[in-house]
Write a protein that binds this ligand. Structure first.
Ligand code: CA
Length: 414
């Protein structure tokens, strides 16, 4: 059910930011970046509310949410309850409401920043259809799924240094590639630039080195979720990835949406992981529904054209949840930090229109996409814009994530 707010634009059933959502982000309005939530078509300055004594001191005046995220589930819930009360339609129209009103900004007038300082970034590979599609193209159908895949959520350590907020322009990567019939590799701009449609789990509570966490403990450590585009250089990846996995093909950029949608907002949309094809070892077994029913999509705007929706899928297709990935990540004794970001892996559904990368949609570039404006694409060209979108659909309301987009600039030219 939609929770009604006195910020009236939040009550539109299509609005991504109703009172039920209350995501957390960082904004500025020509001044210093600080923490915020989104409500309707407004952004609410949490630093101003903290200063007025309407919220507990949680570092909301800082340019990142890490201090708040480190405080844990009880404080997260107390702040959410307080904001819900302050913004509810039932909140009486008095002095407090005037204070809150004075902390509201028009969303179209502010700049949104990276919502948290990314401590470390790990990317998983937990979508089975994606793993089968890519494995088939890279190694053949018989060897598509690696032998470990049904037993552990496999992943690699990515780069936190190049995680950027939606709207940041992305420079086409340079790298070493080798054509199958060439004797020697060559160095130059990526020719097969791609996206990966993913969800990112944001870690709030840290864990100790040497101490594994259970799946339940892992779920409790997660602060919330963002949309994540794991930009990928397929030609660089194909040459470099064996035996240690992706490296430069992924290290140049990862884009996330500006709002962290909390686990509390997503609670009504929990759903189970798909049926196991092989039983998991006890430390990775689900103890309850830990995936979420989140509708996801990708739109592509070729340079000078109009946006075309090229994929529509759902987070529920993943084989492993973020909690299972986090439990696996800590299982060796690896310490997790506040601000760690876990990429889910590309979310590809079973049908072709549900694939989460151009590599899969065009089957390695063999079947070009035709966009609504008539332009065709195998991979991304300079000046193209790719945008991820996502929301959980409730009865009479939706929980949105905001935009996750980037435009490609030509490669660095020395
Ligand atoms: Ca990925």
């Amino acid at each position: 059910m939609l929770m009604s707010s006195w910020v009236e634009t939040a009550n539109d059933p299509q609005c991504p930011f109703p009172l039920n959502n209350l995501p957390f982000g960082v904004f500025s309005a020509g001044d210093a970046p600080r923490c915020a939530t989104a409500i309707g078509d407004k952004v609410l300055d949490l630093a101003a509310l903290q200063k007025a004594g309407l919220l507990p001191a949680c570092g909301f005046d800082e340019p990142a949410l890490n201090t708040f995220m480190a405080k844990g589930p009880q404080v997260w819930q107390a702040v959410r309850d307080r904001l819900t009360s302050l913004l509810s339609a039932e909140h009486e129209d008095g002095e407090t409401r005037l204070q809150v009103t004075s902390a509201l900004h028009e969303a179209c007038d502010v700049r949104l920043h990276l919502p948290f300082q990314v401590s470390e970034y790990t990317d998983f590979y937990a979508g089975k259809q994606h793993a089968i599609n890519v494995g088939t193209m890279f190694r053949g159908a018989e060897n598509a799924l690696p032998p470990n895949w049904l037993h552990i959520p496999i992943g690699y350590n990515g780069r936190a240094s190049t995680v950027v907020v939606s709207g940041t322009e992305i420079r086409r990567p340079l790298g070493q590639t080798k054509a199958p019939d060439a004797d020697m590799p060559s160095f130059g701009p990526c020719q097969r630039l791609d996206i990966e449609l993913e969800m990112g789990a944001v870690i709030g509570l840290p864990s100790n080195m040497g101490q594994p966490v259970s799946v339940d403990e892992a779920d409790a450590m997660i602060f919330g979720y963002v949309l994540l585009n794991d930009w990928s250089a397929r030609d660089i990846q194909a040459w470099e990835y064996q035996p240690l996995g992706p490296f430069q093909a992924k290290a140049f950029a990862t884009t996330i949406s500006p709002w962290i949608v909390t686990k509390a907002a997503l609670e009504p949309f929990r759903c189970p992981t798909p049926e196991r094809e092989k039983p998991l070892l006890p430390h990775l077994r689900d103890t309850g529904p830990m995936l979420y029913d989140i509708e996801l999509g990708v739109s592509m705007t070729a340079k000078g054209g109009a946006p075309t929706v090229i994929s529509q899928t759902n987070y529920r297709y993943m084989y492993y949840s973020a909690a299972q990935q986090l439990a696996h990540h800590s299982s060796s004794g690896c310490a997790m930090r506040t601000g760690d970001l876990l990429g889910s892996g590309t979310v590809s559904g079973p049908d072709k229109h549900q694939y989460g990368s151009l590599l899969e949609m065009t089957w390695g570039g063999k079947e070009p996409l035709t966009l609504d404006d008539g332009q065709t694409r195998r991979f991304i060209e300079d000046g193209d814009t790719l945008a991820l979108h996502g929301h959980a659909q409730g009865q009479g309301y939706r929980i949105g994530f905001g935009s996750c987009k980037g435009t490609i600039l030509p490669a660095f030219d020395s």
